[in-house]
Design a protein around this ligand. Structure first.
Ligand code: GDD
Ligand code: MG
Length: 351
């Protein structure tokens, strides 16, 4: 079975992290989220993938190429202007002549894809949507289900208080190729606002597969930080990151001074140096990075090539690649822009 990734969004709610990087390339535990999801699919025997891109396609193409390095076969579609989720799926039509999977590219989940495919077949559905239960469904597509596991309604982002259910579209679908015939070509179409309601209005079968496990859309800065805390605390067991059953992951060529204190759970990438009396707690430190003497890094996500020195204290802070933070200050609940040359600017974002 082939998979289609919807990866063309601008990631506006993740600025400044997405100013230079498309959302699917934002690292989750030091690897692009898209790569983590792809490797999960590979474990389920799915290696043929199409990535539908629009915003900064080269960043995705240059990293994954034809996929061979990861044991995958990857094809690309590039939209000149965003076609919306439905338009993007339609544009990929020539790649699919059999049942296929569609995934939003900003989801971390432990959904059982094999079970979902079996469920879809057993329901003889035209489309099956994975759903998950949330407290506030207003930021998502809300789905009502009948007693037999079929959808009766789909409402995208209802007004607060007007949702008919707490089960929301988890952004993972199984499609029969026939669905594509009814989507207009070269038009902006939303699968959530246009296609799904139409499928139901015409009396077609839409299966609803309930995911009881972990699920998060990382598309806001707050959620992006949350997924890391969930992985570090083992609420989310992200397969392949090394922290599923451990509390510390150390890359290659890591130099930690004997006086460093490490608390909680930490992920430290390759070629990292941590200086005397530094403190690291529940944090991720990317490759080729330096944490200088006496610095404190608490509940932070440092990307690759980050240098922190001069008694800096960071708490609940995200630091993108190429940043150098060297003023003796405390930063909390901050996202650095990482694009200001030598010294990072502090973006006025409080998480
Ligand atoms: N190729 C392409 N073209 N991809 C797009 C486009 C487009 O024009 N617009 C969005 N995408 C991709 C995004 O990159 C993302 O991976 C996915 O489609 C969903 O877009 P988001 O912008 O993240 O949507 P959302 O989070 O507000 O809502 C969607 O996801 C929720 C679950 O997280 C909807 O599908 C909701 O119904 C759902 O509940
Ligand atoms: Mg999203």
């Amino acid at each position: 079975m082939k998979a289609l990734f919807l990866a063309g969004g601008k990631g506006l709610r993740m600025q400044p992290l997405t100013d230079t990087l498309p959302k699917p390339m934002v690292p989750v535990m030091n690897k692009p989220l898209l790569e983590r999801t792809m490797m999960n699919l590979k474990k389920n025997g799915i290696t043929d993938m199409v990535i539908s891109t629009c915003y900064r396609p080269d960043s995705i193409k240059n990293y994954f190429g034809n996929g061979k390095r990861l044991g995958l076969d990857i094809q690309y579609i590039v939209e000149d202007t965003p076609l919306g989720t439905g338009g993007a799926i339609k544009k990929a039509e020539s790649h699919f002549d059999d049942t296929f999977i569609v995934l939003n590219s900003d989801i971390v989940s432990d959904i059982d894809i094999k079970k979902m495919i079996d469920f879809h077949k057993s329901k003889k559905a035209l489309v099956t949507i994975a759903v998950t239960e949330v407290e506030d469904p207003s930021a998502y597509g809300v789905i009502e289900t009948d007693a037999n596991g079929y959808a009766v309604s789909f409402v995208e982002k209802p007004l607060p208080g007007q949702a008919s259910s707490n089960y929301i579209n988890a952004g993972i679908y199984i499609f029969e190729p026939e669905v594509l015939k009814d989507i207009a070509a070269d038009c902006v179409v939303s699968v959530e606002r246009d296609t799904f309601p139409k499928i139901l209005a015409e009396g077609n079968k839409m299966g609803v597969f309930k995911n009881e496990g972990y699920w998060i859309d990382i598309g806001t800065l707050e959620k992006y930080r949350q997924v890391h805390l969930d992985i570090l605390s083992k609420k989310c067991r992200l397969v392949g990151c090394g922290l599923e059953n451990e509390y510390m992951v150390l890359g290659q060529n890591v130099k930690i001074h004997p006086t460093v204190r490490i608390f909680g759970s930490v992920y430290i990438g390759d070629n990292v140096e941590i200086g005397a009396k530094a403190v690291i707690c529940n944090s991720v430190i990317g490759n080729d990075s330096l944490v200088g003497p006496e610095c404190r890094i608490v509940e932070c996500i440092l990307w690759n090539d980050v240098k922190v020195s001069g008694n800096v204290r960071l708490k609940k802070t995200i630091v993108p690649s190429g940043s150098l933070i060297c003023t003796s200050m405390n930063y909390s609940d901050t996202v650095f822009t990482g694009d200001a040359g030598n010294l990072c600017l502090q973006k006025d974002i409080v998480l």
